[in-house]
Design a protein around this ligand. Sequence first.
Ligand SMILES: NC(=O)c1ccc[n+]([C@@H]2O[C@H](COP(=O)([O-])OP(=O)(O)OC[C@H]3O[C@@H](n4cnc5c(N)ncnc54)[C@H](O)[C@@H]3O)[C@@H](O)[C@H]2O)c1
Ligand SMILES: N[C@H](CO)Cc1c[nH]c[nH+]1
Ligand SMILES: [Zn+2]
Length: 427
Amino acid sequence: MIPTFTTDEFTATYISKKSKKKPFDDNVMETVKEVIENVRTRGEVALKEYTEKFDGGIPHSWQVTEEERAKAWQEVPEEVIEALERAAKNIRNFHSKQLQQSRMMEMTDDIITGQLFRPLERVGIYVPGGKACYPSTVLMNAIPAVLAGVSEIVMATPSRGGGAITPILSVAADIAGVHTIYKMGGSQAIAALAYGTEQIESVDKIVGPGNAYVAAAKSLVFGDVGIDMIAGPSEVAIIADETADPVFIAADLIAQAEHDEKARAFIFSTSEKVLEATLAEVKKQCAELPRKGIAEVSLINESAAVKVGSIEEAFRLSNALAPEHLEIQLENALTHLSKVKNAGSVFIGNYTPEAVGDYFAGPNHTLPTSGTARFSSGLSVDDFIKKTTYVYYSEQALRNAAPYIETLAKEEELDGHARAVKVRLIQ
Ligand SMILES: NC(=O)c1ccc[n+]([C@@H]2O[C@H](COP(=O)([O-])OP(=O)(O)OC[C@H]3O[C@@H](n4cnc5c(N)ncnc54)[C@H](O)[C@@H]3O)[C@@H](O)[C@H]2O)c1
Ligand SMILES: N[C@H](CO)Cc1c[nH]c[nH+]1
Ligand SMILES: [Zn+2]
């Protein structure tokens, strides 16, 4: 089911610049441009029109009420609440270590420089709700924002036909610390969060994954608000040697493939035997899955099995690919961690499936996709913090610095800059 590729074929198909796909096509962009412009200029009326058109009904009120949020707790089984709370504890613990204090870089009698760390004021979290329901995404996106000290965290998720949202999303929002939940989805929700409507106050930054419409909308509102990233389809790459278990590898490839028809699952192995057994195992395990339709499309069209000559070659391919998730299923797996240059998150050893990170271990599951791990990182507390620098110079410090500043200002032909120093030092 998964096609086999030589390393050259893999490079040409998935790594070369020419092979890069946009996360959305031109038709999606056209639709989304119109949605954004209409919601921006016509507010509430346009938000309602598009919600009716794309989600099949308008909710009675955008905001999930306190009563609805309380009722959701009665509807979610206790073991689900316990799993959410345990996951939240690990996510909180991991992200709390990312917090930094405002700091001074230099402090003498004459000069002080430093950085103020300040939380964003209003953040919007998008939680997908089209094909599936992701309470784990609520935790992953909201918990770092809460830890950063964001004053107002709102969440948007579509409700089918204008009805109630899935109760587990509401419970996850309570556990994570989300203040307000709006029943709205797709590009119209992103526009409403970015520009506000009569009933929805705009936010400073929008984070969270979504389908192509959501990704396109985030790319268009960027600049007017901050965004975390433009997420493409999910990916996993697995590096395996002869000590890896094909049953585990197959399960992990399928786990990623079941997200989306466009999800990508790659296996790079030094062992022909492991590769063959993995491919056979994928076929077998896929047949048992409820979401096998989605997984099969992704495994056939978007995935690859590659025989590599050495572990070094596997890491060269993986670093060039910069996968969202990388699994290292090698003997003494931990010792290979230093070979990783580009990857969103790494899962080490045969007993660390990506699913551990998706739900539970603590690191964030909102990660850079489509090779963007070459230059960006997964969601963290930093995404919700602004860093403002500050400077204090005494008169004497300015006197000492003046010749250098004036020289540089002259080179840039900015006499006003030079004068701003000079006028202070006339006497
Ligand atoms: N990277 C991650 O951390 C992560 C986590 C969870 C989900 N995901 C991804 O998020 C995506 C979720 O997608 P989804 O569709 O299930 O939910 P979604 O909420 O992102 O999208 C559903 C919305 O899309 C809009 N829409 C649908 N068809 C449209 C059309 N023809 N024109 C305009 N708007 C339209 C509707 O308003 C609908 O509410 C998946 O690709 C999934 O893999 C990623
Ligand atoms: N694997 C997804 C990110 O690529 C995250 C997720 C949510 N639920 C399950 N998995
Ligand atoms: Zn997943």
